[in-house]
Design a protein around this ligand. Structure first.
Ligand code: AGP
Length: 605
């Protein structure tokens, strides 16, 4: 969940490290630090708070001159976000400095062992054992010491290491935590992801689990898990720096909300050729499966809940959706007749990776829906379909989520056709519906000004309920999560029909209920639930399709999204909910792109 950068070249390291950390801050932002090789050995500064604060400290630190260094932005796991617990960590002898992303599960055992040998620890972190081990094993050969150190570690790590004895070199190691090498001219980099490097280079090498690497200004050397030197060709990144910048918006989240029509276009259009859905990357015999299990976390799981309904409805195969953190430990009955679909924007979510491995171990076929090319999940799964959303920086996913919906829709229609369960007319209608989604999403964005006015009216509510049935319920879960994560308002999503079995006790005069009413065939049922909450004094904000004019008679406020195919409307229905979360958070003065306690990529359990 933390962000790592390493640099070696001929330019001053500090501005490069700080700029990289600003780009990586969305991965964690409770503290930050840098270490630089100077003519007097290793020097570091670190502090709790955001990178901006670190930059201010760096501006006053005279002893940070050097052309090789490492940096880190942290999401605390072991030890609170204090100055001492911030990374880098240095060995007691000052010879080594490291930054780490991941968790060392056996750190207590290693710490005890080293303490018995006289090593004195400065921090409460799991990370510090790594740097103290490096120093303990060091006999003049850093690579040997690194190899011995990582052999002792259980858990996950992406590490960047400086040694005072080897000027101009940064060492690195990876296990279950993302790390890439950025290949430049006369300079090279390590980073947790491309956003930190794109300003400097578009050529990157993905490190694999078990690999270690060393960079100097003119060389990149990689060793495989057995310690043998290995050659890896860089891949060229196609997107450019603008994709990783705010481009005139106040927040990445708003930029990404507004980019949704383009992201949908990029995800859907190339996959429809001559009126047919073509999923080039997928080789699956759909007749083999008697069950599909979709598993993911957070918003990706909510996308899976939409996918469950759409796939089951079209393919007539039983489909379940389950959060990955539960599925991985449930010992589920799955076998070679099961298709396990995992969904992940980052491709690095720890629980989703574990769920994918669980599916594979039990003989299921696995299909991943992923945004980040070359990510762990993309590499592990048998088949991958990429969402072409482009880089998503805001912690709250928006374009990542809608493109996941689009892929699930494409897959459902494709699979149903393969299974012979869609007649020509229905197939054509769905393909037409899919092609229409980018333009419909564009029209849904026109609701922005109206949603902003509603947010000004309701931002101070104690609690907001989201209700809906069927696909609307899956959307209620995502709308509620969006609001919670960036505005910190309490919110609950309820299946509209379930409300009266207890939760309606919480409905009182003035309570805002967001009623999702796009599911045409269940509209009358949801309308009854609207009446039930209104009878108890609730204020109702309804989201419905444009043709549903009677909704004006039911709700206090109405947001209307374009009419879509009855299975495809979630792509547009989520847009006013994203806007509502955004504007409520804005009204409440929240840090929208960096909500408290969260991080973009959840690489720990
Ligand atoms: C969404 O707004 C969240 N920040 C979060 O729920 C996210 O969807 C979840 O952590 C899964 O991430 P992934 O898609 O990268 O696997």
């Amino acid at each position: 969940m933390c962000g790592i950068i390493g640099y070696t070249g001929s330019d001053p390291a500090v501005p490069i490290l700080l700029d990289g950390l600003k780009k990586l801050e969305y991965r964690g932002y409770d503290s930050a630090g840098i270490a630089v090789q100077t003519k007097d050995g290793l020097h570091m500064i670190k502090a709790s708070g955001k990178v901006e604060h670190l930059a201010a400290l760096a501006a006053q630190a005279p002893d940070l001159e050097g052309v090789c260094g490492i940096g880190h932005t942290r999401w605390a796991t072991h030890g609170s976000p204090t100055d001492i617990n911030a990374h880098p960590h240095m060995s007691a002898d000052g010879r080594f400095a490291i930054v780490h992303n991941g968790i060392i599960e056996n750190y207590l055992e290693i710490k005890k062992d080293l303490e018995e040998k006289g090593v004195v620890f400065a921090s409460e972190t799991d990370t510090e054992v790594i740097v103290q081990l490096l120093a303990y094993y060091y006999d003049g050969d850093v690579r040997k010491s690194l190899t011995r150190t990582i052999r002792r570690l259980e858990g996950s790590y992406a590490l960047a290491v400086l040694c005072a004895d080897v000027p101009g070199t940064v060492f690195a190691a990876r296990m279950s935590s993302p790390l890439i090498v950025g290949v430049g001219a006369g300079e090279n980099y390590f980073a947790s992801d491309i956003t930190a490097l794109i300003r400097h280079t578009k050529d990157v090498i993905d490190l694999e689990d078990g690999e270690t690497a060393e960079i100097s200004p003119d060389s990149v050397v990689i060793y495989d898990r057995y310690g043998s030197r290995t050659e890896k060709a860089p891949r060229h990144i196609l997107w450019d720096i603008a994709a990783a910048e705010k481009g005139g918006y106040d927040h990445f989240m708003m930029k990404e909300i507004m980019e949704q029509p383009q992201a949908l276009q990029a995800t859907i259009v190339p996959r429809i050729k001559g009126g047919q859905i073509v999923l080039d990357s997928v080789e699956l015999d759909m007749t083999k499966f008697d069950r599909i299990l979709i598993t993911a976390c957070g918003s990706a799981y909510h996308a899976g809940c939409v996918g469950r309904i759409v796939i089951e409805s079209l393919c007539r195969i039983p489909v379940e959706a389950e959060v990955a953190s539960e599925f991985r430990y449930r010992d589920a009955v799955i076998n070679e007749k099961t298709l396990v679909i995992v969904i992940s924007q980052s491709g690095e979510t720890a629980d989703t990776i574990a769920a994918l491995k669980e599916g594979k171990n039990k003989g299921a076929s696995t299909l991943a829906i992923v945004n980040v090319v070359g990510s762990t999940i993309a590499k592990l799964a048998d088949q991958v379909i990429y969402t072409w959303a482009g880089p998503e920086i805001a912690v709250a996913t928006t374009k990542g989520y809608v493109t996941q919906l689009a892929i699930l829709d494409l897959f459902a229609v494709w699979a149903a056709r393969k299974l012979g369960r869609l007649d020509d007319a229905s197939y054509k209608k769905l393909v037409k519906g899919l092609k229409a989604l980018p333009a419909q999403a564009q029209r849904a964005l026109d609701l922005s000004a109206g949603v902003k006015r509603l947010a000004a009216l309701y931002h101070d509510r104690q609690s907001i309920f989201f209700i809906g049935r069927n696909l609307d319920y899956a959307l209620a879960m995502e709308g509620s999560l969006k609001l919670k994560e960036i505005s910190y308002l309490h919110s609950e999503a309820y299946a509209a029909g379930e409300l009266k079995h207890g939760t309606i006790a919480l409905i009182e005069p003035g309570r805002l209920v967001v009623a999702l009413c796009c599911c045409e065939r269940l509209y009358e049922k949801t309308a009854s639930n609207i009446q039930q909450v209104k009878a108890r004094g609730a204020t109702v904000l309804a989201v419905a399709q444009e043709s549903k004019r009677q909704v004006y008679g039911e709700a206090d406020h109405v947001l209307q999204v374009p009419d879509c195919h009855p299975l495809l409307f979630p792509v547009t229905e989520i847009i006013p909910l994203q806007l509502l979360a955004y504007y409520v958070a804005l009204e409440n003065g929240c840090d929208i792109d960096k909500p408290k306690n969260l991080a973009k990529s959840v690489t720990v359990e």
